[in-house]
Every structure is written in structure tokens, then in C-alpha cells.
Design a protein around this ligand. Sequence first.
Ligand code: ACO
Length: 442
Amino acid sequence: MEKYTPPVNPGRIDDTTAELKVGDSTLQLPTGAGASGEKFIDIRALRRETGYIAYDPGLVNTAIAKSEITFVDGGNGVLLHRGYPIEYLARECVFLEVAYLMILGKLPDDEERQRFSQLMNRNSMIHEDMHTFFRNYPEHAHPMAVLSAMVVSLSSFYPEFEKSEEYEPLDITATRLLSKVRTIAAFSYKKSIGEPFVYPSHRYRYCENFLNMMFASPVNDYVVDPVVERVLNLFLILHADHEQNCSTTVVRTVGSSDANLYASIAAGICALWGPLHGGANQAVIEMLQKIHDDGVPIATVIKDAKSKNSRTRLMGFGHRVYKTYDPRAKIAKETCEQLLAHLGVQDDPLLEIALELEDRALADPYFQDRNLYPNVDYYTGIAYRAIGIPPEMYTVMFAIGRLPGWIAHWLEMKSDSDQRLIRPRQIYTGPESADVASRSAV
Ligand code: ACO
């Protein structure tokens, strides 16, 4: 396969300009719009022309890139990947097809799908020497810590992709990562419960393989339930990409220093771990479990989440971009209810609590005024729990799903002629000068 160069949408620059008055001078700044009409002001000349910089904590108003991969309309709850609605992809595709779409820009035809699957199988094992790493982690090491360390270690074992200007065929790199991360994830679970690793097998499809590595053991065959396999495919699709979220921005940031793909993705995994981002799925189930175990009234939970004196938030609620129901949460909720029905789980107490909490929050002016709705992390944990996946693994599941998005963004960044080392400014507020003279020697 030839070197892949993803096309980067230049973003339309209007004829109009924005005018910025600073002191006596006026600066004309070009304005433009993206493919779906979102407007921007190009401030690249700001500091050079005026000496001023922009102050924007959390980069709430700042586009760090132009991108062709994913479109989110947060006001209307729309999510498109390369033009395909998430509802279509979730319904019609398996995860590997969506991964292909993210990374290579199109849904695969039969031949491409077959080749991608073959590569996935060929790359599924991890180097035997890496097994010793697992052995040396403490028993209850968080699998996210293990996953990020193992992914950065892949760069030592598979250095072929080390130099950005020497791309190996892209589908090989992508499949190596997608396939090995799944194996590492399952091994980190086995390590945490003290069971021997189950190796991947070419007999199984992608999600089937993962479930088998997680739940089979030398004394127990595991028969994969096709409905569970389908749910897993669907949840990984829901997580496949979400434009410039925290972890993807970290992947781009680390990659902008010319660090290799593995290092960039390992950093993204660490960013994902935080409970305000992907770690929210574990935090949601812990919140629901605590409400259940301690018998906390829902009204108290809502009151605490609203209180300015408490650091408590309603986990799995709210989103930087969505100001309406997250379309992924809608699909996750329906899927979760269907899965529980299929597995014969009647009256799951955590689902009952989640549904009541959602109803009460959505009816509350605090949540209404701030446009706080369930996000993708609110219902996924309940489904994972029903499958038998423990809470510490939930964010790992998110990471497996997000991998195609991280890879796609890393590659897009590399081919973007506007891209520079990501290095923001700051506004220094510390002392102007310290009293060096009066400091005695130690
Ligand atoms: N519970 C209670 N109040 C909330 C919540 C919440 N979950 N989320 C936001 N708010 C409130 C804030 O207190 C703030 O109120 P104020 O205006 O009175 O000060 C207002 O809503 C705006 O919140 P910000 O924190 O400014 O919004 P931001 O866009 O920075 O944060 C975030 C988004 C981090 C997702 C936030 O909604 C949150 O903490 N949610 C809970 C954690 C979570 O579910 N994260 C997963 C997000 S999805 C993902 O990453 C995959």
C-alpha cells in the first residue's frame, strides 16, 4: 500500500474580515467557515501585529486544527464521522469498518475488509518479552496505567514506525496498534485477577477475540454470545472519535513535537484516564453503586451536584460541546436496556437508579439552565457490568474504541501544512524579581 496522505480541508476563508482595535491601531483579521458553516477568526497575526496574545483557558474558543474526520453539532446533537451519522455507523457497521473509515477515510470494500482483518490477526500477539512487564506490576495496578506504559513500550519492540518521514504502510501500523492494544487490555485484566493470559486466536473476529481473552481460562472455555459481541462492537464505534477532545488534543500535542505515534497515543491514554474525560464511565458506576449501597436519596445526590460548596458533580452528565442529549448516550441507553433484557437481568438496581437520576436531573432548572444532559459515559458502564467487565476496565474499553480516532488525528496533523509545534503562551503572574542577594548559602 502506498503512503497515505489524508487530504486536509483548508477551511473556507471569507472575503470579510473581523476588525480588532488595540490602542490606536486597527487590525484586520481574516474570517472563514468550515464545511458545515462554523465560523472562525484567523488570529495568527495577532501577536506579531499587535504584541497582544489571546487568553482562553481550556481553549474553549480556540480551534487548534482544521480537520476532516469528525463533525459535531453540539446544539442539535449531531455527530458525523467522515460524513456518516453515528446512528448509521452504529447500526450498520462493525468496529473494524469504522476504524478503517477513521484512519483511511472510507468504509472498506470486501477485499479491503478482508485484508484489514488478516493484518489484525497477524499482529495480535505481543512480544513475549513484554510479558515480564505485566508480571512486575503490583496485583491491583490500574489497567490504564499498564495500558499506557505498554503502548509506549511498543515503540521499543516495533521501531519501524519511529520516524515520521519513513511511514511503513499505514494499515500495518494501524492494525498493529489496534490489535495489540486489545491484547494488552485483556492481559492487564488477567494480570489484575491473577489468571494466566489467554492468547489471541485467528479463529475469532475482533470483539470475539477480546471477549475470549478476557473470559476464557485454561479450565473454562468461553462461548461468545453474539449479542454481547454486537454490543461491544457498537460501544467501540460510539467511542471511535470525537474531534478535539482532551485526549485527542494531547495526542496531537505530543505528536507535534515529532514524538512517535506510540508515545503520542500513550500520552492520550493518560489524558483519557481522568474522570472529567473517559474516566467518567468508571466514576458513574462508582457513583451509582454508592447511591445504592448507602441508600442515598436521589434528591440528596442532585442537591450535592448543584451545591457550590461541594466538589461533587453528577458523573456522566454535561459536555463541553453538546448542549443537548449526546447522540451517543441515546444509542448507549437503548443498547444497554436491550442487552439487559437479552441477558435476562431484571430490575438491575443500578439501571433503576440511573434512570431515576436522569429523569430528576433533566426536570431540574439547574441542569436545564446549563444544558446538562447524559453523555456517552452515563449508560455504558451498566452494560459492561452486565457483560462481566469490571469498573477498572471501563476506561480501557473507551481507549480501545478511541484508538482509530487518535491514529487518524495524528496522521492528519502530520500532513497539515498549517501544523506547527503546539506550544501555547501564558500570562505570567509571579514575582517580578526574587531577592537573590539576601539568600544565605546552604
Ligand atoms: N454536575 C453538576 N454540575 C455540572 C456538571 C455536572 N456533571 N457539569 C457541569 N456542571 C455545571 C458547572 O458547575 C458549571 O456551573 P456554573 O456555571 O454555575 O459554574 C456549568 O455547569 C458549566 O460547567 P463547566 O465545568 O464550565 O463546563 P465544561 O464544559 O468546562 O465541562 C465537563 C464539561 C467537564 C464534561 C463537565 O460537564 C463535567 O465535569 N461532567 C462530569 C464528568 C463527565 O461526565 N465527564 C465526561 C464527559 S464526556 C467525555 O469526555 C467522553
